[in-house]
Design a protein around this ligand. Structure first.
Ligand SMILES: NC(=O)c1ccc[n+]([C@@H]2O[C@H](COP(=O)([O-])OP(=O)(O)OC[C@H]3O[C@@H](n4cnc5c(N)ncnc54)[C@H](O)[C@@H]3O)[C@@H](O)[C@H]2O)c1
Length: 347
């Protein structure tokens, strides 16, 4: 039985808790949260953009802590699950690793590339696992694309375009603050930066143009360069000022023998699959593979199941390992650098 301690009982803390309830061989034994109501099980104030609303929870049998020191001293905990704001990820992760715990930490790994690198070094020094919750490859459409690349089912990968745009989240405090959330680059695009890193390897350079809001990128287009000059990879991300289309993501991925396309958006309160995952083949065919599910909580169940299996089998994760998230953060940092400098930069 792997025993989990959850740090932070906000939206992600709740989703992870619910996901663990659906998995075998794992148990949440401890929690750490500043808000006394949430720590007592009143989760009615928790809000997110998917999943069930927060409810009154029976947390009896789970050790509850108000301080990091006491939480990390709990000997029952094997893995700390960090669901705290990004500004706390580095400090808490490094302390947990030093306390002899494995760590699963939500994305982005940190706000500064140097902190991401420090966290990866701390995991290696402690000989503990560090997983970063980049859940995107566990969404059925992205899982399909990842499998197509790794299996080479459609031949060599030629490149692609990735898109992730949201309405300005005016209700989120500190969203554009580089010291708190880091804006759309670190909250949003980091998902695609990580996915591009998984599919294509580490880019060698990037050219980004777009709008800044204060110090952070607000809306931007990037062209990535790779050692293989034939790989053509671009991405669009950021926020728009209008509230009517709250979320949009999708991709077009090119292979020698097929093109994959997918696009999903929230228009008002309505989910719209603008382009269901479609495989265009060389014979002129367009097929829509049948995909599992559609409930985002399922993706978190799959993500945590994968991390727990890696832990059990003492294997490095090819998807969630901290080094990949560190690379994704480095890519994002260089994208902002390119945007600010108005020229291509090396990665
Ligand atoms: N993978 C995804 O799709 C996804 C989606 C949403 C959020 N996230 C990530 O999850 C993380 C958490 O985001 P969230 O939306 O759950 O935030 P949230 O604000 O809903 O929750 C954070 C919780 O941490 C608590 N907290 C803050 N400081 C604390 C401290 N010093 N000690 C103890 N508790 C403290 C807060 O009281 C709150 O309950 C972020 O890194 C975010 O980027 C990931």
């Amino acid at each position: 039985m792997i025993k989990i301690g959850i740090a932070g009982l906000g939206f992600m803390g709740m989703i992870h808790y619910l996901a663990y309830q659906r998995l075998r061989g794992v148990k949440v034994v401890a929690m750490w949260e500043l808000d006394p109501k949430r720590l007592a099980g009143d989760w009615r104030s928790i809000k997110g953009n998917f999943g069930p609303p927060g409810e009154m929870m029976d947390l009896s049998g789970i050790a509850r802590y108000e301080s990091m020191k006491d939480f990390l001293a709990d000997e029952k905990v094997d893995m700390v699950d960090v669901c705290l704001p990004p500004s706390l990820h580095a400090k808490v992760t490094v302390a947990a690793l030093k306390a002899g715990k494995h760590v699963f930490c939500e994305k982005p790994i940190a706000l500064k590339a140097s902190d991401g690198a420090r966290m990866v070094r701390a995991a290696s020094a402690a000989r503990k696992k560090l997983f970063i919750g980049h859940v995107l490859p566990f969404f059925p459409e992205f899982d399909f694309a990842y499998e197509a690349v790794t299996s080479k089912r459609y031949g060599r990968l030629l490149g692609g375009h990735f898109k992730r745009v949201i309405s300005d989240p005016q209700w989120l405090q500190g969203f554009y603050d580089p010291e708190r959330v880091g804006g759309p680059m670190l909250d949003l695009h980091v998902h695609d930066a990580h996915f591009i890193r998984l599919l294509c390897g580490m880019p060698t350079g990037v050219s980004t143009v777009g709008r800044l809001r204060g110090e952070v990128a607000e809306y931007f287009n990037s062209q990535f360069r790779f050692r293989d000059p034939r790989l053509s990879v671009t991405a669009t991300s950021g926020t728009i000022g209008q509230q009517g289309r709250g979320f949009l993501h999708g991709y077009e991925i090119h292979f020698e023998r097929a093109t994959l396309a997918f696009e999903f958006a929230m228009v008002g309160d309505e989910p719209r699959t603008l382009m269901p995952l479609t495989v265009f083949d060389r014979q002129g065919g367009a097929t829509e593979p049948k995909l599992a599910g559609g409930d985002p909580v399922d993706c978190f169940v799959a993500e945590l199941k994968h991390a727990l299996a890696c832990l059990k089998n003492k294997k490095k994760s090819k998807i969630l390992d901290g080094s990949l998230a560190r690379d994704a953060l480095k890519i994002c940092q260089q994208q902002t650098k390119s945007l600010v400098a108005g020229r291509p930069v090396k990665i």
